[in-house]
Design a protein around this ligand. Sequence first.
Ligand code: UD2
Length: 315
Amino acid sequence: MNCKKALITGGAGFIGSHLADSLTDAGCKVVILDNLTTGNLFNLRQIEEKITFYEGDIRDPEILDKAAKDCDVIFHEAAVVSVPQTVQNPVGSAMVNDIGTLRVLEAARRNSVKRVVLASSCAIYGDDPVLPKNENMEPKPMSPYAVQKLTGEFYARLYRNLYGLETVNLRYFNVYGPRQDPSSPYSGVISIFLTKAAAGQAPVIYGDGSQYRDFVFVQDVVRANLRAAVAERAVGKFFNVGTGGFIRIKDLWEMISGLAGVSAKPEYKPSRPGDIRESVANIDRARSLLGFNPEYSFEKGLKITHDWYRKKQTY
Ligand code: UD2
C-alpha cells in the first residue's frame, strides 16, 4: 500500500486497532485518535512503540489538526456504534456521529489529506425485504444511528464535490472477531455467545432464532479498508462490506456450543424492538471496484475468534 502516514479515528477500538496492526505491518506511519470511551489501549499494546497516539475527541478541531497533519489518508472509525444508545440519546450521538464526522472531514480539508475512508453501516437499509441488500436500494433508516451514518455518507460525497476531497464509504455488515468487547447487552452477538460458552452458560436468543445475519470477519473488513484507501474507481462511492453468506442465530449457538463443548440450551425471549429479521449483503460492487473478496470462511473466522475468547486476553 502506498500510504506514508495514516490517521485512524477510533483506532483503539475493535476494528480500528486491527486496521492499525495491518497498516504498521505495511510500513505506514500510524496516528491514532481515540477518546477511550469504548476503545482500549490494551488493543494497541503490540504496536505501541510504532504508533503516535492522541487521547482526544473527534469533536475537538485542535486535536484533529494535530493528528491529521501530514497524513495522506484518514480512516474514520470513531462513532457511537450502539443502535439502542442512539435511540436513547439521539442528540448526544448525533454530536459524535454527525458533527464529529463533519469535523473529521474539515480537518482533512484543512490539512490537504488526499482521501478519507468512512465506516458506514448496513443499518441504512432498514428492514427492506429485498435481499440481498445492494447499494442501489433506497435507504430506509429506522434508527438515529442509521440516519447519522447516512448523513455521514452524504457529507462525504459533498466534500468530494465541493472541495475535491476523495471520500469512500464502507457499509459494514455484522463484523466479528478478536477484541470485540462483549460487555454490553448490545455488543455483537458472537462476542456475547462466545463469552457465555467460555463460562459454560446458556445465552439468550431474542425471537425464534431463525433471523439471520451476514457475519464478516474483522480481517476482511481491514482488507476492504486498505483497498478503499487506494482504489481509483472507489472515490465518491459507497460499498457493502459483507460476505454474501448468512448464518441464523440459533445455528450460530449450535456452532459455538459445539466448538466450546457446552451443552447448555438457550433461553428464548421475545424479539428486540426494531430487530431486523434478515440481513445479507450483495458484494458485487466491492468485488468489481475494490477487488474485495472475503478470505475468511465463517468456520475459519469463528474458530480464530473462539480461540481468542477462550484465552480471555482482555475484558
Ligand atoms: C448490527 C450492529 C449495529 C448496526 C446493525 C444494522 C453490532 C454489535 N451491531 O446490529 O451497529 O450496524 O447491525 O442493522 O454489530 N441476539 C440474540 N442474543 C443476544 C444478542 C443478540 O439473540 O444476546 C440477536 C439479536 O436480537 C439479533 C442478532 O442476534 O437478531 C444480531 O444482533 P447484534 O446485536 O449482534 O447485531 P444487529 O444486527 O442487531
